[in-house]
Design a protein around this ligand. Structure first.
Ligand code: CUA
Length: 314
């Protein structure tokens, strides 16, 4: 898995940003070395030597047209060059979207998790985006509450998620892998735990994943899981979550139809294991204070039943 360095871009858009940054760093670094070098040179070359008095100052110069023209034109040319590089970098980092192009993916930021709708494919998931390698996908970034910001450094620029104002973002990964992202606009207590993962895979793997996501949830595979399903339907779970193929159709919290297929829970706060899910269900706000999901006051057996049910939702 990749740590998410913007210096290891996997899309042409992220590469444009990374190259612009490195080029600017190089140019500005050269200026830093030049100016610092000249200051140091002058400090030592013209320092007062032992035995020299006030009358031994070097020749004083007033005005030098050539130098003045040079240090005006030099920086001006540099600024124009940087401006040109920046404008071209911005165009490459954020190519125009044709008006008729429909989004492949709708990302809805919530406090504090990501809802992911695939409108063309007809399913919804959470916190884990899958994309086919080598294809240009269009994401529409929205918010359900406050301002958030979508950022997967290796895939490109940040894009704000603003209530009532959808923004568009190209995602064009050229290398398979798992890339980490996070919310990058402070949005409340759990801003830091609003992570997302982008799994980039071959078109075949992607199609297979999409086919599985489109299916209804699998039936409970054991008596305990069946008890969990019943509990889920009878408690408040059902008024916030969707599990396709059951009565649960609410869209307040994450869609759990294929919950067990995701690598993390709570938008990255814990790896998705039965032990972690039990910890989460026992009291979600102890794991992630400030979230919407309430403490359901479940006893240990009820937690075990729900874990058996939810971890069966591949
Ligand atoms: Cu959402 Cu910060």
């Amino acid at each position: 898995m990749s740590g998410g360095s913007p210096f290891d871009p996997v899309t042409p858009q992220a590469a444009a940003i990374s190259h612009l940054f490195l080029l600017s760093l190089l140019l500005l670094g050269a200026i830093l070395v030049l100016v610092t070098g000249l200051v140091l040179y002058a400090s030592f070359r013209y320092a007062e030597r032992p035995g020299e008095g006030a009358g031994d100052e070097p020749e004083q110069v007033h005005g030098n047209r050539k130098l003045e023209i040079g240090w005006t034109i030099g920086p001006a040319v540099l600024l124009v060059v940087l401006f040109g590089l920046t404008v071209s970098g911005m165009h490459r980092a954020d190519p125009r979207v044709p008006a008729s192009r429909r989004p492949d993916l709708i990302v809805v930021a919530h406090r504090f998790w990501w809802e992911l709708r695939y409108p063309e494919l007809g399913f919804t998931t959470a916190n884990e985006i899958h994309l086919p390698v080598g294809r240009r996908s269009l994401a529409r970034i929205e918010s359900a509450d406050v301002i958030h910001s979508f950022w997967v450094p290796q895939l490109g620029r940040k894009m704000d998620a603003i209530p009532g104002h959808p923004n568009l973002l190209w995602l064009e990964p050229t290398r398979p892998g798992t890339y980490l992202g996070s919310c990058s606009e402070y949005c409340g207590a759990q801003h830091a735990w609003m992570r997302l993962r982008v799994v980039v895979e071959s078109p075949e793997e992607y199609e297979a994943w999409a086919r599985r996501q489109r299916r209804d949830a699998s039936r409970p595979g054991s008596a305990r899981a069946a008890a969990g399903a019943k509990l889920f339907a009878s408690r408040t779970c059902v008024s916030c979550h969707t599990i396709a193929g059951t009565e649960a159709r609410a869209r307040v919290g994450p869609d759990l139809t294929h919950f067990a297929s995701r690598a993390t829970l709570g938008a990255g706060v814990l790896d998705n294991t039965p032990a972690h899910l039990a910890e989460w269900l026992a009291n979600p706000r102890a794991v992630k204070p400030g979230i919407e999901m309430p403490d359901l006051k479940l006893d240990a057996e009820q937690v075990r039943e729900l874990v058996a049910y939810l971890e069966g939702l591949e």
